[in-house]
Design a protein around this ligand. Structure first.
Ligand SMILES: NC(=O)c1ccc[n+]([C@@H]2O[C@H](COP(=O)([O-])OP(=O)(O)OC[C@H]3O[C@@H](n4cnc5c(N)ncnc54)[C@H](OP(=O)(O)O)[C@@H]3O)[C@@H](O)[C@H]2O)c1
Length: 244
């Protein structure tokens, strides 16, 4: 049977967990999954690496473990781990939290993408780098300065990667997942109106059932990754396409 490879970050809960569950059902995928937490899943197809991706020295030392050798039809790097950060106006941000957020949301995916391209560039496999982005990459949100700016910077990084690697078998995406019912949305609702003026809107999303389930979003992401011929642009949004 032909083999494919998925390398995913932030698989332990939320959207990443739903993506993991989707690909675990597909026997042809070998999966390398990185979060701080390891899940109690026993599958020959899954290798879990427990790592704090904001600790860049550790990530740098372990990069070779993340990218296995082998013959694969398709190789996907899915940079999903992310943090909303301290929800506070600029002026009240902690330097340590700013550093953690930039490391996790931006530099970690940059390190991984750089190593991925170096490692697999010359292979014949179909290669995909998909960064989970956000509508906040292109919209200034009060209280979310670190989140908006790291997501915007990562989108530009991947646009450059796409321009540098124009080839039939290389695909790069910055993919907004919509508003997903995960712990991150819970964190957003726990902030306050002084720090985050849009809080009531986000509380209403939950109350009115407007959050999308991680499973539904995971299925759309897998559809995109499986139909790269239909998705030519780097910047994508799951709200703008249907599975058909
Ligand atoms: N939820 C939404 O509405 C929404 C909207 C737009 C974009 N997004 C994006 O979607 C992605 C997934 O978000 P989510 O809502 O599923 O968030 P989540 O429920 O908070 O899950 C975050 C995942 O990232 C991992 N993670 C966090 N910090 C980490 C660290 N320092 N090192 C390694 N792994 C770490 C967590 O695992 P551990 O805690 O085990 O490390 C977890 O698996 C993020 O990039 C987020 O920005 C979400």
């Amino acid at each position: 049977m032909s083999q494919s490879l998925l390398i995913i970050t932030g698989h332990s809960h939320g959207l990443g967990r739903a993506i993991l569950d989707h690909y675990l059902e597909n026997q042809s995928f070998q999966i390398v999954a990185i979060s701080r937490t390891k899940l109690d899943i026993d599958s020959p197809n899954l290798q879990q690496i427990s790592m704090d991706l904001s600790e860049l020295d550790v990530l740098e030392r372990q990069l070779s473990e993340v990218f296995p050798k082998g013959e694969f039809d398709q190789i996907i790097l899915l940079n999903n781990a992310g943090w909303i950060g301290q929800i506070k106006p600029i002026g009240n941000l902690g330097p340590k939290e700013m550093r953690i957020q930039v490391n996790l949301n931006l530099l970690g995916p940059m390190y991984l993408t750089n190593a991925f391209i170096k490692r697999y560039k010359e292979t014949d496999s179909e290669k995909i780098v998909c960064n989970i982005s956000s509508g906040a990459a292109s919209r200034a949100v009060e209280g979310w300065s670190g989140y908006c700016s790291t997501k915007a910077a990562l989108a530009m990084f991947i646009l450059v990667a796409a321009k540098e690697n124009k080839s039939e078998n290389f695909h790069f995406y910055s993919l907004a997942p919509g508003i997903v019912d995960t712990a991150m949305q819970g964190e957003i609702r726990e902030s306050n109106e002084t720090d985050f003026p849009e809080i009531e809107k986000f509380k209403a999303f939950k109350k009115e059932g407007k959050l999308v389930s991680p499973k539904e979003v995971a299925e759309k992401i897998a559809y995109l990754l499986n139909h790269t011929e239909k998705f030519k642009d780097v910047i994508q949004d799951v709200r703008k396409f249907e599975i058909n």
